[in-house]
Write a protein that binds this ligand. Structure first.
Ligand code: NAP
Length: 284
């Protein structure tokens, strides 16, 4: 039976540490505030934003809510970001993605001060990750690395396979595993045989958005399986990109969905806000 990697419990530990650090910062007169910008009425985005405000409240991090109408123009959004960049009580800025189609997401991300970019999506922070320099790291892959660390799983010398190459998960994930001395393969929709690539993995990270795509015959017995996916199965139930019930029987360790990577992503955001408030840049 696989070790179940409990992201929920670990995330609670990270939030309590962030809370202690936020208290220290406030005692030093530093406000570790987070501005959360949401444009439009996407129900999933609203739910995510509410959860982020709740996490902030738990951690004693002041959160500022900017819910803007669907009709917000690029100029209005850039002007708000410029104001937030200049505010001393705003340590971190997060613009909830996806943005409505008329807005240029790349220009919006680039307009956030890299020192306040707690999502770690700014080209400056992604560039620092590529170059192995400290910087604010994207929360989801940073959360995965923390889970591996906490469970004593050292990627050094292992074959790590990342399925998915998005800029927010797959690509930064592969760079972080590389920095931790894994031998990294990135599979994607153009990969000739994704199953064969997965079978070579000692550490398999799946981030495709394809419900239960990874079946037991794709997994090397004893492998560590990290499921980033947040999907719905045929009956509408939340599930991951991995067929958990089957893969759990042969994996060495596995993250559940829910209760795995999701809570870690949220907790790492709190850690990033505290780090941004301190002006500390983090390594891989
Ligand atoms: P994305 O931007 O849609 O990227 C998906 C990636 O998967 C792409 O690189 C795509 O390849 C690849 N892919 C799709 N189908 C594939 C297939 N059949 N075989 C191999 N590769 C395939 O998605 P994302 O933003 O990275 O998110 C991925 C999943 O993680 C989603 O379920 C999302 O909801 C979830 N997620 C969870 C968290 C969390 O906190 N738990 C955070 C972020 C995302 P191409 O590049 O070739 O198209």
């Amino acid at each position: 039976m696989a070790t179940i990697i409990d992201g929920k419990a670990l995330a609670a530990k990270i939030r309590s540490q962030a809370k202690r650090e936020a208290e220290e910062l406030r005692a030093e007169g530093v406000v570790p505030g987070l501005a959360v910008v949401l444009v439009g009425n996407d129900p999933a985005s609203r739910t995510y934003v509410r959860a982020k405000h709740r996490d902030c409240e738990e951690c004693g991090i002041p959160s500022f809510d900017y819910t803007l109408s669907e009709q917000t123009t690029q100029e209005e959004l850039l002007s708000l970001l410029s104001e937030l960049n200049g505010r001393s009580d705003v340590a971190g800025i997060l613009v909830q993605m996806p943005l409505p189609d008329h807005l240029d997401a790349e220009a919006v991300i680039a307009a956030i001060d890299p020192a306040k970019d707690v999502d770690g999506f700014h080209p400056m922070n992604l560039g620092k990750l590529v170059r192995g320099l400290p910087g604010l790291r994207p929360c989801t892959p940073a959360g995965v690395m923390r889970m591996l660390e906490e469970y004593g799983i050292d990627p050094a010398g292992k074959n790590a396979v990342v399925v998915g190459r998005s800029s927010i998960v797959g690509k930064p994930m592969s760079l972080m595993l590389l920095a931790a001395n894994a031998t990294v393969t990135v599979a994607h929709s153009g990969t000739a045989d994704v199953a064969a690539a997965c079978r070579a993995a000692d550490i398999l990270v799946v981030a495709t958005g394809r419900a239960k795509m990874v079946t037991a015959d794709w997994v090397k017995p004893g492998a560590v399986v990290i499921d980033v996916g947040m999907d719905r199965d045929e009956s509408g139930k939340l599930c991951g990109d991995v067929d958990y019930a089957e893969v759990e029987k042969i994996a060495g360790a596995i993250t559940p969905v829910p209760g795995g990577v999701g809570p870690m992503t949220r907790a790492m955001l709190m850690e990033n806000v505290v780090a941004a408030a301190r002006g500390i840049e983090q390594g891989c």
